[in-house]
Design a protein around this ligand. Structure first.
Ligand code: ZN
Ligand code: MN
Length: 478
């Protein structure tokens, strides 16, 4: 059964002021209803004026998504009643959107894949309801209009995605693209909301509303695909409906079908002239986007495709990597950033922005100059990340290595002051049985001795060095 997924994505454009008034968009830490004015409260007689920056940001997106941009687009009123919508209608675009028929290339389930974009349009964000006493059965709800009028772009895809994983990859690529364009900040709470249409080939489609996180999209779709497959297996029919994703429980629940029977009575917004953008798009110069940067990372730094893809998949990570690579071996730096650091950050739920790039570069340099083993470098990284998490800063990697005595013990050319050789001699003296076994041809006895030496050197020696030293000593070359 083929899975068919299409997405509608709402992103907040990262402008300083709202879409139709001068209110500040920087509302997240402020008291409710302090970023409001007659326009965004929808008071009678107030008139909206379009924010030029918001249009420019939307055009950047349209261009980056290879859309066709008509010379003129038109705002419309979408009428419906809900307490977070103060005017009783949302100003959006309907039959004449800002941009149409674009695409975004992603890494699909079966290699490179082109996902078609149906349209990109501008609209205003509604306010926000705060439910007191739980989402399912709130005792009462409060409304905050600070968010009302924040500029949004809505991006609608064709039903080109074939799995929950592809949907997540698409979103990640879209997020990266928007951040590279400098029009979107994914770290701002609530800056992205997704509705997903999902069906199994030949069955009705179901719309999942209001998914608010990147991980949520894959979770909601995975749950929904399984639910639909199970229903068909039991001989039931899939009904066309709207469902809500309950993030905390990882399930979708049916919304009352009434909520679907909406007539928005769209009509052109009489208070705003059409948006004329003739020639504007041609003048927009796009910055380097993720695909181009990935190619450059491979050519300039010798990154593997997989590393280049990971590193350029996030603007902050890509910038971080370039700073680290500037002072160290770029291929080694790629491994340490893309594999080691990312894993440790994910585990701690920390952003890359929390890590000073020069600190991390110092750690990579220690590995590069073989002052510390890979394993101990990971240990040091964990200690530093925990320090950052706890108090916001950390000691230097070099200082940490010295403090814990983790400097690598090499094979030392001279006898006498070679700590690795003396540790090996000790292990040999303490384990006559193992030595006997080894001389009798039992290879696993050597592994045992290597383990003993590693213990004595507290992991500060490379296993290959220990191996070599033991073999030299045991063959009686002394
Ligand atoms: Zn306002
Ligand atoms: Mn919308």
């Amino acid at each position: 059964m083929n899975v068919i997924v299409g997405l509608e994505i709402h992103c907040q454009l990262d402008t300083k002021t709202k879409l139709f008034c001068g209110c500040s968009t920087d509302y997240r830490d402020d008291e409710p209803n302090t970023h409001v004015c007659p326009v965004c409260l929808g008071l009678p007689g107030s008139l909206p004026v379009i924010n030029r920056k918001a249009v420019e940001y939307a055009l950047r997106v349209a261009k980056a998504l290879h859309c066709t941009v008509p010379e003129e687009s038109v705002f419309a009123r979408k009428n419906y009643f809900y307490p977070d919508l103060d005017k009783g209608f949302q100003i959006t675009q309907y039959d004449r959107p800002l941009a149409v028929s674009g695409y975004l290339d992603i890494e699909g389930d079966e290699g490179e894949k082109r996902v078609r974009i149906t349209r990109v349009h501008m609209e205003e964000d509604p306010g926000r309801l705060v439910h007191k006493g739980g989402m399912d059965r709130p005792r009462y709800s409060l409304v905050d209009y600070n968010r009302a009028g924040i500029p949004l772009i809505e991006i609608v895809t064709e039903p080109d995605l074939r799995s929950p994983k592809e949907a997540r990859r698409f979103l990640n690529k879209l997020r990266a693209t928007l951040e590279y364009l400098g029009v979107f900040d994914s770290e701002k709470e609530g800056s992205l909301r997704v509705d997903a249409n999902v069906s199994l080939e030949g069955s009705e489609r179901v719309e999942i509303k209001n998914i608010t996180s990147y991980k949520g999209v894959e979770k909601a779709l995975t749950f929904e695909v399984t639910r639909q497959k199970n229903a068909l297996r039991r001989g039931q029919k899939i009904v066309r409906e709207t469902r809500h994703f309950v993030e905390a429980r990882g399930v979708t629940t049916s919304a009352r079908s009434k909520e679907m029977e909406q007539d928005y009575r769209y009509f052109p917004e009489p208070d705003l002239p059409p948006v004329r953008v003739a020639g504007w798009v041609d003048g927009i110069v796009l910055p380097e986007l993720p695909d181009a940067r990935r190619q450059r990372f491979m050519a300039q730094y010798g990154c593997s495709l997989i590393h280049a893809r990971t590193l350029t998949g996030d603007l902050r990570l890509a910038d971080f990597y370039e700073k680290v690579a500037a002072g160290t071996d770029p291929v080694l730096a790629a491994t340490w950033v893309a594999d080691t650091l990312l894993g440790e950050l994910n585990y701690r739920d920390m952003p890359v922005a929390a890590v000073p790039s020069d600190t991390f570069a110092e750690l990579v340099a220690l590995v590069q100059e073989k002052s510390v083993t890979d394993r101990n470098a990971v240990e040091v990284l964990r200690i530093l990340l925990d320090q950052i998490k706890e108090k916001g800063s950390c000691e230097g990697p070099r200082a940490c290595v010295e403090r814990l005595g983790l400097r690598i013990i090499g094979t030392g050319a001279r006898e006498g002051d070679d700590p690795l050789a003396s540790a090996a001699r000790e292990a040999i003296a303490e384990n006559p049985r193992a030595v006997e076994d080894y001389r009798a041809g039992r290879k696993e006895a050597l592994n045992f001795l290597v383990g003993q030496v590693m213990k004595k050197t507290r992991g500060c020696a490379k296993p290959s060095d220990v191996n070599a030293v033991l073999i030299r000593l045991l063959s009686g070359e002394e």
